[in-house]
Design a protein around this ligand. Structure first.
Ligand SMILES: CC(C)(COP(=O)(O)OP(=O)(O)OC[C@H]1O[C@@H](n2cnc3c(N)ncnc32)[C@H](O)[C@@H]1OP(=O)(O)O)[C@@H](O)C(=O)NCCC(=O)NCCS
Length: 192
């Protein structure tokens, strides 16, 4: 499975992506916002993540889909985005993402999320997507709202972040199909 947008390709990771993955998540600016990413981040960490992701792609009843985000113009992986922890009974899942800091604020995650969220609601027929965002993560809280997620509450001191060892509160956001439709239309209008 592969998605292509104007500037990006969303695809299954390959072992050879490890250098780009290391470059993308080695900085604390990225990893301190992701609960389970170690710091410093090395080749072995990237290969572990890639192998685990590839294995998940092989499963028949998929528990999740993680796509790397390749920038077509540079043939380089600049991020990743996922629909994970799929619960087929409840039709729910969790979504997350990261982008290499060098490529922030260029609209890449917005471009990548459109096909991924469409896929989650239209192909996987999910009802509810959740996003868990550290309360101090301005960009991601704002991104969640842009995509139509609604904040449901805050969990106090819920996560010990692997990268910096600090304890964080997080906001729980949920996105339902009708809210995604509205947000999607607004995002696509903004592109014109
Ligand atoms: C969050 C992240 C993925 C955004 O990626 P990006 O490609 O820079 O995002 P985009 O350029 O598509 O912007 C999408 C929206 O995010 C928000 N946003 C992004 N950067 C922001 C910033 N520095 N300050 C405030 N809001 C910001 C805005 O709402 C923006 O929409 P707008 O440009 O219309 O205002 C990126 O900052 C990142 O990888 N952060 C570290 C990892 C992380 O936090 N992952 C999410 C964990 S829950």
């Amino acid at each position: 499975m592969i998605f292509e947008t104007e500037r990006l390709i969303l695809r299954k990771p390959r072992k050879t992506d490890w250098k780009d993955v290391v470059e993308g998540v080695k900085g604390l600016e990225v990893s301190k916002n992701l609960a389970t990413v170690p710091h410093p981040y090395k080749k072995k960490d990237a290969l572990w993540w890639i192998n685990r992701t590839i294995k998940k792609w092989r499963k028949k009843q998929r528990e999740g889909y993680t796509f790397v985000i390749e920038l077509k113009s540079e043939k380089k992986v600049i991020g990743a985005t996922s629909v994970e922890n799929i619960n087929y009974q409840n039709k729910t899942a969790i979504t997350g993402s990261w982008i290499n800091k060098k490529y922030w604020k260029k609209g890449y995650i917005t471009e990548a999320k459109v096909p991924i969220l469409d896929f989650a609601f239209d192909k996987l027929k999910l009802r509810r997507l959740e996003s868990q965002v550290f309360t101090n993560n301005k960009a991601s809280n704002s991104m969640a709202i842009k995509f139509g997620f609604k904040r449901e509450g805050t969990r106090k001191k819920v996560t010990i972040c692997k990268a910096d060892g600090k304890i964080y509160d997080d906001n729980i956001y949920a996105l339902f199909r009708s809210d995604w439709r509205k947000a999607r239309a607004k995002i696509l209008r903004g592109k014109k």
